[in-house]
Design a protein around this ligand. Structure first.
Ligand SMILES: [Fe+2]
Length: 394
């Protein structure tokens, strides 16, 4: 062989080494993380270990794998990306499908599209979405897996046009994508489950009948395509309830939520209010002023505590107006502080009324013969994350 040919072969071998993903060199199975539905719990008062930051630190401790997948409801995505970069590194790969709450604000969706301008900007993209949702539907390939992210709010023209459905145009795109896939592990990611399943620990169920099953014919066609192309698993969020279920031959993995503290509970709300009141006393602000400041930062969560402690007399937290809710918040604070019996009553009533879901993240290991899933959860009150379940997709 001529010396020049030897050099060319040597260079080809070297370049072949560099185009493979690092995971292929590792002497361990490829792995990735799933975490989603943390909504806006990233900045301001949520820049704390009680919320997403604590989840990300737990992910770092458990091993962050090759990348992270989110199944939506993670807006604003720029703030989420920033926090992920801070805790898991700026080069750590993160991909997400949009959720229903990401559609609620035009700014949120603009940020979503900006993550992936023209549909081909994110690393490892192998296919853009259909016209009209090029940026928010796409497929990636990393190591041994092919992953298709679907925007289920695409109506054929607009990427914010439905309330969660697999319309024929989206299904057609997915089938074409799966038909051409040659990777041994395939995942499809979208926000809503095909059908909502009770949480694997507390049995709570949410969004039954108004997930993809609301449009059941389209949901069935979707399920059949996943089965036809032997998709390893369908990944979703939305319900805040974690489950791993085989539905007529297709694995559906609902990753629950990664809020950290999901719903504030009485002790938590009192602790937060007490901190605010203490800050106010040093700056000359009254307790009531400080409670009002706290209330208006996240009145929805405060109203939930009031509702589940039976303080709103049956008026839903979604309906009660700010003014009466603020008065009740002040009453709650004073009762909790000054009356131990009432304090215990509020705690007991809340716990009877609401079984709070634990904050969760999953680790997926692409092992043969069966993919392994580790489910990490906290105690729903901001405590440490523990490995709670190990399941295999058999
Ligand atoms: Fe959702």
């Amino acid at each position: 062989m001529k010396p020049l040919s030897k050099i060319v072969i040597f260079l080809l071998l070297i370049s072949a080494l560099f185009v493979q993903s690092p995971a292929q060199f590792a002497n361990k199975p490829q792995s990735f993380v799933i975490a989603n539905d943390w909504r806006f719990k990233t900045t301001g008062i949520y820049y704390s270990d009680k919320y997403l930051m604590g989840v990300l630190k737990a992910i770092d401790k458990a091993g962050k794998g090759d990348f992270m997948i989110s199944c939506g409801d993670v807006s604003p995505v720029d703030a989420s990306r920033e926090l992920i970069s801070e805790i898991l590194g700026k080069d750590y790969l993160w991909y997400t499908a949009p959720g229903n709450h990401d559609q609620e604000d035009t700014t949120y969706m603009r940020l979503f599209r900006n993550m992936n301008p023209d549909g081909g900007t994110l690393p490892h993209i192998v296919r853009k979405g259909p016209k009209g949702c090029e940026e928010t539907t796409y497929a990636i390939e990393i190591g041994d897996c092919h992953i298709a992210f679907l925007n289920i709010y695409f109506d054929g023209k607009s990427d914010i046009g439905t309330d969660g459905d697999i319309i024929p145009e989206l299904l057609e795109w997915l089938e074409e994508d799966l038909k051409n896939n040659r990777k041994p592990f395939t995942f499809v990611v979208a926000h809503e489950p095909i059908i909502a399943i009770p949480d694997m620990d507390n049995g709570r169920i949410r969004h039954q009948g108004d997930s993809l099953d609301k449009y059941y014919r389209n949901a069935l066609r979707f399920q059949k395509i996943l089965k036809k192309y032997s998709v390893t698993a369908y990944l979703n969020g939305h319900t805040h309830c974690t489950s791993i279920t085989k539905i007529n031959g297709v694995w559906q993995i609902d990753a629950g939520h990664a809020y950290g503290v999901d719903d504030p509970y009485p002790e938590f709300l009192f602790e937060e209010l007490s901190e605010c009141v203490a800050k106010g006393s040093t700056s000359g602000k009254s307790a009531e002023q400080m409670i009002a400041d706290y209330f208006y930062q996240d009145s929805y969560s405060v109203k939930k505590v009031l509702f589940y402690t039976n303080l709103t007399e049956g008026v839903s937290y979604k309906k009660i107006a700010d003014e009466p809710a603020l008065k009740l918040t002040i009453r709650f604070y004073n009762d909790f502080k000054g009356n131990l019996q009432l304090r215990q009553k509020y705690i007991d009533t809340f716990n009877q009324n609401l079984d709070v879901n634990q904050s969760t993240f999953l680790k997926i290991f692409l092992e043969k013969p069966a993919v392994k899933i580790e489910v990490y959860r906290n105690d729903s009150k901001g405590g440490p994350y523990r490995l709670m379940h190990t399941e295999f997709l058999k």
